[in-house]
Design a protein around this ligand. Structure first.
Ligand code: GTP
Ligand code: MG
Length: 183
């Protein structure tokens, strides 16, 4: 008897949001292309990247990462960009407290503009990026992120560094696992 392996493909649209210069593009470049650059070039509008994951024996996940420019917070385009997203990484810069204060604005923007088909909010993971710079940082001002992330509906949080490749894979895996379980 012959068995034909039935492979299914899932296309997941994931948003990467957060203030200007927090490291969204760097996180995506690290994850997809395994590179890092100190050079800052602000994203204009939106960029895209694709990562293909052999999720399990039956499932190939095509992860479509939407790299939304931090400056879009002040624009009206996010409604268009967020459409049909199934998950989000919300990023702040551990060395700049104002970017942490903006996290809830981004989360609120997200939840007001997109939801799963069952009406529930799309899974979101909180990333405290540039953790390689902690000694310059404002970490002492940060409330305990465990409580904060739970209270504000994040499915998890990670200290990350795109520079040193710390927890980038773990954070994205956490998000994809939640998406696969919820949709
Ligand atoms: P916008 O596109 O303007 O919204 O910014 P962004 O969030 O995409 O930030 P980007 O990835 O362009 O990074 C901004 C700056 O921070 C760059 O100079 C990066 O090299 C630097 N950077 C990003 N991630 C890290 C990190 O983990 N550690 C350190 N030390 N620097 C980082
Ligand atoms: Mg960018």
């Amino acid at each position: 008897m012959h068995y034909i392996a039935m492979q299914q493909e899932r296309l997941l649209k994931v948003l990467v949001i957060g203030d200007l210069g927090v490291g969204k593009t760097s996180i995506i470049k690290r994850y997809v292309h395994h590179i890092f650059s100190q050079h800052y070039r602000a994203t204009i509008g939106v960029d895209f990247a694709l990562k293909v994951l052999n999720w399990d024996q039956q499932t190939v996940v095509r992860l479509q990462l939407w790299d939304i420019a931090g400056q879009e917070r002040y624009g009206n385009m996010t409604r268009v960009y967020y459409r049909e997203a199934v998950g989000a990484l919300v990023v702040f810069d551990m060395t700049r407290f104002s970017t942490f204060q903006a996290v809830l604005k981004w989360k609120g923007d997200l939840d007001s503009k997109v939801a799963l088909s069952n009406g529930r909010p799309v899974p979101a993971v909180l990333l405290a990026n540039k953790c390689d710079q902690q000694h310059y940082g404002l970490c002492s001002k940060l409330p305990k992120l465990d409580t904060f992330s739970r209270e504000h509906g994040f499915v998890g949080w990670y200290e990350t560094s795109a520079r040193d490749d710390t927890n980038i894979d773990a954070a994205i895996m956490c998000l994809v696992e939640n998406i696969m379980a919820s949709s």
